[in-house]
Design a protein around this ligand. Sequence first.
Ligand code: NAP
Length: 271
Amino acid sequence: MQVFGLVGNPVGHSLSPPMHEAAYTELDLDARYVTFEPAEGDLDRAFEGADALGIAGLNVTIPFKQRALELVEPDSLASRIGAVNTVDFSGDTVTGHNTDAVGAVRALEHHDVALDGTAVVVGAGGAGRAVAFGLADEGMGVRIANRTETKAHALAEEVPDATGHGLDALPEVLADADVLVNCTSVGMAHDDDPEPDETPVPSSALHADLAVLDAVYTPLETRLLRDAAAAGATTVDGAWMLLFQGVEAFELWTGRNAPVDAMNAALRSGL
Ligand code: NAP
């Protein structure tokens, strides 16, 4: 039996176990996907133990994505993003990858969005970094807008063909853009506000020639996606990005095409 899993803290509400196990069932693979919650300073020992025990692959989430980069042989994309969310223990060296970037790219492609024009990425945190590099690697020009404008400029220095902006520039940078990805946590439900009605993008800046992906997936239909639909834009919810980061990890670990529909059904039934 092959063992895969997720390392993070906390991981109790993760939807990765049902999503990956649905794939194993669908393809009749003898595999399990389990969650691990090491203490904050214990990732080094956790990886050594996983390797010694023959664990085949691990996803990595908050707060370990940056530390993981230092413990594995990262691929070029993970190095540039500065974070690893997928580790492969199967080879002679332990390799690290970042499937968040590819998750966003594949989510858009799955909705027939052409990735050959200009993208606006709102947010310059972990998700913003991944998506900005992912879309730049597809050949898109990337405009990064962030509440803390200096962070947008700093990220734009690293990403090819990118510019940095404050949120006030959104109407201007969106006017001729093809793709918009919200990588801020604005609009995400939390304990204090379980039904937020917030968006980082003024609705008047949205238009019918845009494809809008919201990385936020709780709720699935955010205010941004409602506004985008009302403007006639193509909309892609955050569960698609979550799905395809898992699909990409599954394919990297097993070398097989993922059963996307089964994984999608398992994920959405948990949301
Ligand atoms: P992060 O590293 O903490 O970054 C948070 C980002 O949100 C920063 O750019 C921050 O701007 C911005 N922000 C926070 N509050 C804001 C506000 N009130 N107004 C404007 N901007 C605000 O978080 P992350 O890991 O990138 O995650 C961001 C979101 O993406 C979360 O909702 C997360 O669940 C989601 N996500 C989804 C997927 C998926 O697969 N669908 C994957 C990864 C992340 P400042 O720099 O100015 O603070």
